[in-house]
Design a protein around this ligand. Structure first.
Ligand code: AKB
Length: 319
């Protein structure tokens, strides 16, 4: 296998800012090209090549891919579920056009061998079995974001089957991270709650206390992503997107876990339009296909996450 040269689109985002650093330590900083339409965190910009690049501009994108002899693309840029409901047509255009540009270029450029694109538990809808949602099941998403993710999955599989593009993808659950805050998602409360607990000692939650959703801790999600991209192609039976998950919890579970560390922490529940989105998503995910095909595992529990989140959020905020 020749030297990998990796392009990350969306390197300033919640996943991209952490994935960039992990990929640089795997493949060498000089081989990982971080890009975004906005400035990325300092360590992403200073730790290796970083450039402003818009995935919607297909000419600039192909030029970049050829000039830097890119062999793998991680295309992470997207409008998340909450924001997509506010601007449905724009969200459709941004989420689909970017992916189609990447897929078309990977079809044309021989050297570009692999494409990673993130799907989401949002591909499922109210008619999907809620518990232990299987890999293959009813998929009738009721959100714009979910519709874009389901359509994207079908396109990834199409380009794999029809043109031999090595597309790889996971359906991320809610991701809990401290480095870069998420923006515009439905599961973001599970990040915000730690920031508000540390800063203000209280949190106003936009979901009901007993709304259970699947989550993962970001370091495990990053590890899983790289593991999937490094898995031998003949081991992979899914080229749409793999179910993966860590654990399932409700806002009340997060509250109790934080309260056992910060006794005066208080929470108020004021569900908004995101409640309906959360209600349409699964409670828990069956990720046995990912486990069998490429060895996916998740081990961390909520207590460990809370400990690490509180410690790192305090450090970040210098509190
Ligand atoms: C969102 O809440 O929109 C995302 C997701 C689950 O894909 N975090």
């Amino acid at each position: 296998m020749g030297k990998e040269r990796i392009l990350i689109i969306g390197a300033a985002g919640q996943i991209g800012s952490e994935l960039t650093l992990a990929l640089r330590s795997h493949y060498g900083s000089e081989n990982v090209f971080a890009t975004d339409i906005k400035m990325a965190p300092d360590d992403v910009v200073s730790g290796g090549p970083f450039q402003i690049l818009d995935v919607m501009n297909d000419k600039m994108l192909i030029h970049f891919i050829i000039r830097h002899r890119i062999t793998q693309v991680y295309h992470l840029a997207a409008v998340l579920s909450g924001n997509a409901e506010k601007l449905p047509i724009q969200a459709w255009n941004i989420n689909m056009e970017g992916l189609m540009n990447v897929l078309e270029i990977s079809k044309m450029v021989d050297r570009l061998k692999k494409v990673f694109w993130p799907s989401s538990i949002a591909v499922f809808g109210p008619t999907t079995p809620k518990k232990d949602t299987p890999q293959l099941t009813v998929m009738e998403p009721t959100t714009v974001y979910g519709i874009t993710k389901l359509a994207g999955e079908r396109w990834c599989e199409y380009y794999h089957r029809k043109y031999g593009v090595d597309t790889r993808s996971v359906r991320y659950p809610g991701l809990i991270s401290y480095k870069t805050e998420a923006g515009g998602g439905t599961t973001d409360y599970a990040v915000e709650i730690y920031y508000d607990a540390v800063q203000d000692g209280q949190y106003e939650c936009y979901l009901n206390q007993d709304t259970i959703l699947p989550f993962m801790f970001m370091p495990e999600a990053i590890e899983a992503t790289i593991q999937l991209m490094q898995a031998p192609r003949n081991k992979l039976s899914v080229h749409s997107s793999y179910n993966i998950s860590g654990f399932s919890y409700s806002p009340n579970d997060f509250y109790n876990s934080i309260k056992s560390n910060i006794q005066e922490f208080d929470i108020e529940y004021k569900p908004d339009f995101r409640q309906e989105i959360a209600d349409s998503w699964p409670d828990s995910i069956d990720d046995s296909v990912a486990r069998n095909d490429w060895g996916f595992r998740s081990n961390i529990d909520l207590e460990q996450i809370t400990e690490r989140m509180l410690k790192n959020v305090r450090m970040k905020l210098k509190l």
